[in-house]
Design a protein around this ligand. Sequence first.
Ligand code: AMP
Length: 394
Amino acid sequence: MQKLPSLRGAKLRGRRVFVRVDFNVPIQDGRITDDRRIRAALPTLQHLLTEGAGVVLCSHLGRPKDGQPDPKYSLAPVRAHLETLLGRPVGWIEDPTAVHPIAPGEVYLMENIRFFPGETKNDTTFAKVLAQWAEVYVCDAFGSVHRAHASVEALPRLMPEKYAGFLVEAEWENAQRVLTGIEHPYLVVVGGAKVSDKLPLLKHLLPKLDRLLIGGGMSYTFLHAQGLPMGKSLLEADQVEAARAILEEAAALGKKVLLPVDSVAATEFRADAPARVFRHDEGAFPAEYMGLDIGPETIQQARTFISGARTILWNGPMGVFEWEKFRTGTVKVAAYLAEETQKGAHTLVGGGDTASAAEVAGVVDKLSFVSTGGGALLELLAGQTLPGIAALLS
Ligand code: AMP
């Protein structure tokens, strides 16, 4: 397994450290509604402070237009929340180009780095200015490592000393266990809305995995590709060929694939729509219904399918888990994955929605690792090189 340069053992006393974090959290009316990404960076921050470093934190928030300041995307609420979490004052850097000294034990947070056009352009001149803040660079922004942006890519390439923070290190090592250090049988569970999002991952992992469970909205494009009825369930018409190709390749490679044999369906996409179970056999699934969860027979088959796996990747819910009526499939599958994990399987859960699904199912603590990365994890699992990781290794 390729190792990232680790912060453990780095000399930090009296040194200034620039930390790229991912504090891109949801904020409503100035209030942070989910602070998981901030809390995920705390072990690194606490380590740096305990070791006697001075810290400058840098993050983006949302997508401000044209690299211009927009109060809607200010990191000011994050600074206040971070002060509470750390139990110490956090200084504010309104303008990251106005470099000033940082003393040991001090923590500063920069304003949203995307307020500066050099960031998304991966501009070297801008990165050179950022480099003046510190002598050590730490990347703990796993959610951003797939972006070739100045604070993620150009900057670490300029820095003589750079490390992965504890979050990035853990994310990397957990991802490697489902990519290279695989213990078989290897089960991949995919679901959620879109085939197109998961296709690169499916293509890359198909030769490595042993069993593939496809549920959720994306499974109906696969059923359609097999000529099975799925009514007005989600269909990505431009992905039907790709879905067929995946199924053909899986068959050629001798991989086991489980698709829904039945669904909990409704005639309308509504939380309280009357629900009925239909099978996907020829003539069995009515044209006016849409599948919103995997059905009881599929759940039963999933249990056997999941049993005995040693390595598990779960990405995407089995249905519209946000609605109580359509969450049984996701909750049950999550429980089976948790059971296998308790028996010793290594289970990585990825993607924002899947993390929420794991929370709804009450199994977060029973799975090996819940990733904080959405797009970054998907790209890593698709075998792509991530600019922020490549820069750390440069
Ligand atoms: P993704 O971001 O692709 O993992 O998709 C997650 C979303 O897919 C969740 O918000 C689910 O509500 C939605 N989803 C899962 N199954 C279905 C389905 N059968 N029909 C419509 N949406 C679904």
